[in-house]
Structures are given as C-alpha cells and as structure tokens.
Design a protein around this ligand. Structure first.
Ligand SMILES: [Zn+2]
Length: 449
C-alpha cells in the first residue's frame, strides 16, 4: 500500500455542476488534470450544510452528533449565551466583534468541538507524522501556537499552522490575507503558504482551504463565479508548480479535492424569529438556509408543538426534533419517526418526509447533537433565513438545508483508495492511507443516545 503524503484541498461552496462546467470551458485546468489522473465523483455533506459543521466533519470523520458543532449561530446551554461564527458583518456586530472573533478563531476548537471527536491533526501527529493546515477553521491539534493578537492568546493546532496571519508557525513571506478579499487576497495568502510548504516538503498531511469561492457565490449566486474558481484552480496549481509540475506533485502526494457543501439561489429572505414571536422562551438562531429553535426557561410549547406552528408555512420544507431515543421529521403535516437500530434504521410513518440525500443519517446526527436546538428547520428551495442582524443573500446564493443543491459536493481523489460518499468519509480514508487506527465512531453506526 502506498504511503505517499496527502494533500486535502477544500474549495468552499463549490458545486458539482460548477466544477463540471468550468472543466468543460477549460477554465479549471489543474482540477481537470487531477480528475483525469484520478477519480471524480459526488459526495453528500452533513446537516446543517454550513461551513463550521462541514469542516468539523471533514477534520474528524464524525457527524455533528459527535463533533458537536451545530450551526453558524447557536445557543450554548452551558454558558447560557449565543455563539456566532460570522454569518455576516452585521451579525458579528450584533453578537459582539471581540466575542465572535474569539469564538471563531479560538473557542470553536478549544471549547466547542466535541472531546470525543479526534481530528486528523491529532491522530496523525500522535502517530509521529507532521500535519499542516492553511486557513482551515477546524484545526484542533497537539502543538501550541501563540497569536500576535493578544485577544486570541494560544491555541493547539497542527505542527505547521497558518490561519489568516493571526496564527503562523513559520515565517513564509506570504502577503496579508485580509488586504482585499474581493480581489482574492485570502486565497492568495493560502496559495503563497501552500507553495512555501510544498517547496520544503514540510508536512506529511496538509489541509489546504480556499474560502473565496463560497464568498463570491453568496454574492453572485451559485454556478456564476467562474473567475474566482479559476483563481482557486491556480492556487492548487501553485502547489504543483512548487513541486516542479503536476506529475511531480502526484509522485510525492496523494491529493483529494472537494467542497464542504453546495449552494443554491435565494429568492426570498424570511425572519424565522417572527414565527415564534408569541411563544415565550422560544429562542431562534438562524442563518443562511437552516434554523434552530431552543426551548429556554419558561417555554410553554414542546418541540412537536413548535413544529406545528410551521405547518402552514410555505418557506419550510422539513422540521426535525427528538423524542427520547427517536427522531421525528415533519413535512406538510406528515411525520416520519426514525432511530438507528441493530439491523439498520427503524422507521415508522411516511419515509417520503426525508427523501433527501443521506437524509436519515444527516437528520439523526443533527438532532442528536447536544448543542443543537430543540427544533431544527430546513427551508424549501429559494428561501433563506435572515441572520441575527436581519441579513441574507437575496438574489445571491446560500446553503444549509437538507436539499440536494446545498448538500452535494464534487470530489476528486488521486493516489488514495476508497469511496467518498459523504464528506465524513475523508478522515477515515486518510487514516487508512497512513495505516493509523480509526476513532471508534467512524466504524460504528450512529447510536441511540
Ligand atoms: Zn457559505
């Protein structure tokens, strides 16, 4: 079995249709060449299909029931406060800028990411390998790094750790990441660091994360930002250049390229809070295309009753909640009750309620997340839920729901065996590749809690 080093490149928000169109047009030559040398397919994201939830699954191979990151914005029962990872600038301001920065850059890994989840950086460093990541937000590792930004202090990350200039394990000469996001300065920073790392062969495992494509897709709508995808392609091409060419890169490294979630067009932005305005103790946290309702002290309705308030709401596709060891999904007044059993899923009710890609597993692991709301809401196509500040992406793109467009991602694998049907399959694949033991949750079915 090959023990080549591994690079996982994540293009945030890239849809399969966009990648295929760009390859067809000739505007993604590096990705086309990688697909030609390896395998191209599609995989399914987790739910909610939002970046912090997805990147945590990519890093750990765990679903949200184990990694415990529930959403872009959620209520911490332990601390009795809101956690916001940066839905929009307005939402960041509403939650408090310093607090959001700390939650996103420090606490998500140090406090929120489940203690039973094991990141690739932890597992591989424990096996004596050198891990690295660039701009990847689920970075928890074994090596302490101090930020020059006093508010951030120290965190534990991979040995070689580069995070938007606020954490840098090595002096690389890369340009400032935040200089001009619209012009691509964040991915340019990633490309410069990636080039530096490959030139030195400075890692066994690298996660190379490109965030600009998702940002552009939110503004322009899905499958439109060809120029930004071209820059992403060039950033991955920069890794090949640093190795002396694509063939030389692939001699040294197995490569996986994928997205964390898809994107779909937004036709209307809805304030989910308004639906629950008359219910005392019902706290809504919503952003992009997923919403949650938390039952705080004094909430007079249970989750099923909260769900029924949305029965005639045409913006809602499915509501989800838990009743003891069983999950319930409700759509158009029809219900499906389900739980993982010894011989597969135990179902009662209408299975068509959850006919979404990998629907049962994604819905179950979302409601089984201890940090999730008591009710989860997945909207119909075209609808977005406004964030804390009332912001959305009207006439642009968004993601977060159980529906295919938000959930399906392209996957290219070169030099690494195994099937990637879910984004959570990447971590176990990488561990197998290096012959490193799996954490128990990647080999066991989701359990009734
Ligand atoms: Zn996004």
């Amino acid at each position: 079995m090959s023990r080549a080093k591994v690079i996982v490149a994540v293009v945030d928000g890239l849809t399969p249709s966009m990648l295929e169109a760009a390859i067809e047009r000739g505007s993604a030559p590096t990705l086309a060449a990688l697909a030609e040398r390896g395998r191209y397919g599609r995989a399914v994201s987790v739910f909610p299909s939002l970046t912090p939830v997805c990147l945590s699954s990519l890093a750990t191979g765990a679903f949200p029931d184990v990694h415990e990151i529930p959403h872009l914005v959620w209520h911490s029962r332990r601390e009795n406060r809101l956690v916001e990872y940066g839905s929009s600038f307005g939402a960041v301001r509403a939650a408090g800028i310093g607090r959001t920065l700390r939650d996103t850059m420090v606490n998500m890994n140090a406090e929120h990411l489940g203690k039973n989840a094991v990141t690739l950086f932890e597992a591989l460093e424990d096996a004596g390998l050198v891990t690295a990541c660039v701009n990847f937000t689920a970075y928890r590792g074994r090596v302490q790094h101090r930020s020059p930004v006093p508010l951030l202090g120290t965190v534990r990350g991979p040995r070689r750790f580069f995070f938007y200039n606020v954490f840098e394990s090595d002096e690389t000469g890369a340009p400032l990441s935040w200089k001009n996001r619209a012009a691509g300065s964040i991915d340019a920073y990633a490309a410069a660091v990636g080039r530096w790392l490959v030139t030195r062969d400075g890692f066994d495992f690298l996660v190379f994360y490109l965030s600009d494509y998702d940002w552009a897709s939110h503004a322009l709508g899905p499958d439109a930002a060809f120029d930004v995808l071209e820059r992403c392609d060039a950033a991955i091409g920069a890794l090949a250049d640093a190795a002396g060419g694509l063939d030389e890169l692939l001699e040294r490294y197995a490569v996986v390229v994928l997205a964390d979630h898809g994107q779909s067009r937004v036709h209307s932005v809805v304030r989910l809070e308004e639906r629950f305005a008359s219910v005392p103790g019902a706290l809504v946290t919503a952003s992009n295309r997923a919403g949650q309702v938390y039952r705080l002290e004094g909430c007079s309705l249970d989750a099923a009753e909260l769900a029924m308030l949305l029965d005639s709401d045409r913006s809602v596709d499915v509501t989800l909640w838990r009743e003891g060891g069983v999950a319930v999904a409700r759509r158009d007044g029809e219900e499906l009750r389900f739980a993982p059993g010894d011989a597969g899923w135990e179902l009662s009710g209408d299975p068509a309620v959850l006919d979404h890609p990998d629907g049962l597993r994604r819905a179950w692991t979302a409601v089984a997340n201890p940090n999730a709301g008591d009710l989860l809401v997945s909207p119909v196509a075209g609808v977005e839920f406004a964030d804390l500040a009332g912001n959305g992406h009207l006439d642009g793109g968004s993601h977060g729901s159980l529906l295919t467009a938000d959930s399906e991602v392209p996957v290219i694998t070169v030099g690494i065996g195994g099937e990637v049907a879910s984004i959570a399959d990447v971590a176990p694949l990488v561990l197998d590749h290096f012959g490193v033991a799996q954490p128990p949750y990647t080999r066991e079915p989701a359990r009734v809690g």
